[in-house]
Design a protein around this ligand. Structure first.
Ligand SMILES: CC(C)(COP(=O)(O)OP(=O)(O)OC[C@H]1O[C@@H](n2cnc3c(N)ncnc32)[C@H](O)[C@@H]1OP(=O)(O)O)[C@@H](O)C(=O)NCCC(=O)NCCS
Length: 152
């Protein structure tokens, strides 16, 4: 089945919340997702397979930095390149909006996500100790220095 991307919209709320709750130990609220629909400084995309939402990812444009805010793929659809394709699509949007660099925070024990981000050129630059309130896990801050010169 072919993968397509669409801007996150009201119609995607239910499957996006289900994927978020299955993927994130400290899931975003419905209100947080709703706020992204109208956020002029953000972009959230859904990945669609045969019309079904199989993943989503978001980015905020903060002055000249693209902050990846959230990313998840349906647990039964992982390891097929969807997460990577979502991050590539988000970074391309940020690139076209003139963002100079990209950054994100990820749980120190999240090998899947850290490996994905490293493969796309992000590097770990700092740790925020006991950052995540649900389990006191450290956050790793990752950085992609030259977004304008970046290609996947
Ligand atoms: C992280 C996540 C979004 C990756 O989505 P995905 O669609 O499975 O990822 P992809 O298939 O695009 O993987 C791309 C690359 O990332 C790495 N990767 C992905 N999952 C991995 C895993 N479980 N272990 C090790 N490396 C992994 C691999 O290098 C992979 O390439 P390969 O399959 O050719 O080896 C998914 O695991 C997820 O939803 N996790 C829960 C939510 C989460 O952690 N979000 C990130 C918050 S910062």
């Amino acid at each position: 089945v072919k993968l397509a991307f669409a801007p996150f919209a009201e119609a995607h709320l239910e499957p996006v919340l289900a994927i978020e709750r299955a993927s994130n130990g400290a899931p975003w609220s419905e209100a947080s997702f709703r706020a992204e629909i109208a956020n002029p400084h953000g972009r959230m995309l859904v990945a669609l397979e045969g019309g079904q939402v199989v993943g989503f990812g978001g980015v905020w444009m903060v002055v000249d930095e693209a902050h990846i805010t959230n990313l998840a793929v349906h647990p039964e659809r992982r390891r097929r390149g969807i997460g990577r394709d979502l991050v590539v699509a988000l970074l391309r949007e940020a690139q076209s909006m003139g963002m100079r660099c990209a950054t994100l925070e990820v749980r120190a024990g999240n090998v899947a996500a850290i490996t994905l981000y490293e493969a796309l050129g992000f590097r770990s630059i700092a740790t925020r100790k006991r950052y995540y309130p649900d389990n006191q896990e450290d956050a790793v801050v990752m950085w992609l220095a030259d977004l304008q010169g970046w290609t996947p």
